[in-house]
Design a protein around this ligand. Structure first.
Ligand code: NAG
Ligand code: NAG
Ligand code: NAG
Ligand code: NAG
Ligand code: NAG
Ligand code: NAG
Ligand code: NAG
Ligand code: NAG
Length: 524
């Protein structure tokens, strides 16, 4: 085993073209980066502050690479998995086998921990575990009680101050425009053709739209998948558009359940999808005032909504979710804790969740150009969020309250209009049933990028990774291999409906992805 790996590392380190690669690839630290496919790691020194060309201060980017399964490699594809705050290397390791399949196997796959995540200039607001846990545990939902919004606003005041005190030296160096420049630094250091091939998911689409606007002539291939509205990411007090389809996806849980009554225990004879949904809304309201004891675990309004939000990343969780809801509605709660934990992944904040949350704050808030001066200015924003989505509206004010009072600003913020003619056209992908990034946003951004095309995927969940679809596999493979774009108006169907008797092992790549998806795209 060891010798095969060693051989493999030697092969991986061989330069693939003319200019001299600067990254030395070697074994990964298995505690941090594991994969069921071969994976190597390396570092690259990049400027710490791109706006200070006279400074020689650098930052070490930590990268991982899954080599092409069909050698020789045609080049590298870079990934960003969203958040912002998701680490690159660990996620690439987890999804390596699936992503090789989705990129034809002819490309090396590369991801780095972006600034503010992992060990790459980690962003922190406190060294004190109790203070860190309090930051998370006080992120109650805006409508969980009539005192919640005031507490959220003041929590935002406290977080903004704590993070400033702890990270004022680096908090302005972790913005998206610098990460865009890091992507180009990596491309240049790879010694290939000097062109960027990139697949970004969720927030990774904002990063992609940013790098494509700043460096249009460097874009060879780019897929932006699960598209955020980057105008709002930077310049709005809240990401309103992100939640404009959430209630429709929530309703989709019940219509899909009714369509597969044998596979969804929540389905009741003679109950319509609308009736089931109403009974769940009533349940949500009931647990607000009368939380349910599941063993030592209190299932209250905040946890029930957290479970629902997590379940909406991918239909993989829908059977567990509807089983749980059925148990809660019938009062037959034996096994309910297990179903809840299957979705939540565990009880209480983990070190990873804490770090992820700090990274999200550090990056998103530094990029955001809007500040609010008082609670009175915060309220109309909250009301607009409530109006946008009943299910997610009160989940999102937390990050809004924090960023509104943030005391740092990214050293460089892209301030253009996301209009560009890239060297080769960009492929956008949007799901018809994505409750986190609606199709509207894919069309919004595509309208600014010359000759780009939107591929619609008819399915529920966040980004194309959430929807098993041979059609998507064929479209993206043709794009990576040949640059072929789908015809305008192409709609891919899912291979299986949300409730289906196809076992996940049969979903291959997607079974693998689905299990990790909720953990990768962090809810906020
Ligand atoms: C591997 O990573 C773990 C966790 O970050 C760290 O504690 C350990 O020191 C690392 N090992 C090496 C050899 O760098
Ligand atoms: C960085 O630049 C300063 C001033 O030009 C110089 O004194 C120092 O040696 C340089 N450091 C490195 C690591 O090159
Ligand atoms: C469902 O509706 C049918 C027709 O109205 C009725 O015969 C049946 O008893 C109903 N079943 C239940 C469980 O209510
Ligand atoms: C929310 O919707 C209500 C009813 O449609 C409307 O009266 C109110 O102005 C809206 N508020 C915001 C902030 O959009
Ligand atoms: C807020 O909670 C109240 C009481 O439970 C409920 O009537 C109302 O619909 C909720 N509003 C939102 C936006 O969640
Ligand atoms: C895209 O979204 C922004 C922000 O919501 C909006 O101002 C702009 O008009 C939209 N552009 C298009 C073409 O829809
Ligand atoms: C890519 O183009 C080649 C040559 O035109 C063709 O043989 C191949 O089938 C294409 N591959 C895909 C996946 O479209
Ligand atoms: C799955 O469902 C289909 C259609 O309902 C049925 O024909 C098939 O036998 C089922 N397969 C299994 C393994 O249950």
């Amino acid at each position: 085993m060891a010798s095969i790996l060693q051989l493999f590392f030697l092969a991986a380190a061989t330069p693939s073209s003319n200019s001299k690669p600067e990254i030395q690839w070697g074994a990964c630290n298995a505690t941090e980066v594991g994969s069921s496919v071969p994976i190597v790691c390396g570092n690259l020194e990049v400027p710490l502050d791109y706006t200070e060309p006279s400074s020689n201060a650098t930052l070490t980017l930590q990268l991982a690479r899954v080599p092409a399964s069909s050698q020789p490699s045609k080049g590298s594809i870079l990934f960003n998995f969203g958040g912002p705050g998701a680490t690159g290397r660990g996620t690439l390791g987890l999804l390596g086998p699936a992503l090789l399949a989705l990129t034809s196997g002819h490309y090396d796959l590369i991801a780095f921990d972006p600034r503010g995540t992992g060990n790459t200039l980690p962003f922190s607001c406190t060294d004190n575990d109790i203070e860190g846990d309090t930051m998370l545990s006080e992120l109650i939902l805006g409508n969980s009680s009539d005192v919640a919004l005031g507490r959220l606003w003041t929590r935002g005041t406290i977080n903004a101050e704590l993070c400033f005190q702890k990270s004022k030296a680096t908090g302005s160096l972790i913005g998206t425009a610098f990460v865009a420049r890091d992507l180009i630094s990596v491309v240049d250091a790879l010694g290939e053709d000097g062109m960027l091939r990139y697949w970004g998911f969720s927030y990774g689409t904002t990063l992609g739209a940013t790098v494509a606007s700043m460096f249009p002539e460097k874009i060879d291939r780019m897929i932006l998948d699960g598209v955020q509205n980057p105008h709002q990411y930077y310049n709005s007090p809240a990401d309103f558009e992100e939640w404009s389809f959430s209630d429709n996806e929530f309703s989709g849980i019940f219509s899909s359940c009714v369509a597969a009554p044998d596979l969804c225990s929540l389905a009741r004879e003679n109950s319509t999808a609308a009736e089931l949904e109403q009974s769940v809304w009533d349940l949500i309201d009931t647990v607000k005032y009368h939380p349910i004891a599941l063993g030592s675990f209190m299932l209250d309004y905040n946890t029930l909504k957290a479970i629902i939000v997590l379940s909406m990343y991918t239909t993989f969780y829908w059977p567990a979710l509807t089983t749980l809801l059925d148990m809660l509605l019938t009062g037959n709660t034996q096994g309910a804790l297990a179903a809840a934990l299957e979705i939540l992944g565990g009880l209480g904040p983990t070190e990873e969740a804490r770090q992820m949350f700090m990274s999200v704050m550090g990056i998103h808030c530094a990029d955001r150009t809007v500040r609010l001066s008082s609670f009175d200015d915060f309220l109309p924003v909250v009301n607009k969020l409530y109006n946008t989505s009943k299910i997610f509206g009160d989940v999102t004010p937390e990050i809004t309250a924090i960023c509104a009072q943030w005391k740092m600003k990214a050293q460089e913020i892209y301030d253009g209009d996301f209009k560009a003619k890239t060297k080769k056209p960009v492929l956008f992908i949007g799901n018809t049933g994505d409750g986190f990034t609606p199709l509207t946003s894919a069309y919004n951004v595509s309208s600014g990028f010359k000759d780009s095309v939107v591929l619609e995927v008819n399915g529920y969940g966040h980004s194309s990774l959430a929807v098993p679809s041979t059609c998507v596999l064929n479209v993206v493979t043709a794009y990576w291999l040949n640059g072929t774009l789908p015809e305008l108006g192409t709609i891919c169907q899912a291979d299986t409906p949300p409730f289906s008797n196809t076992t996940l092992t049969k979903r291959n790549a997607w079974g693998d992805i689905s299990r990790h998806l909720g953990k990768i795209f962090q809810p906020i």
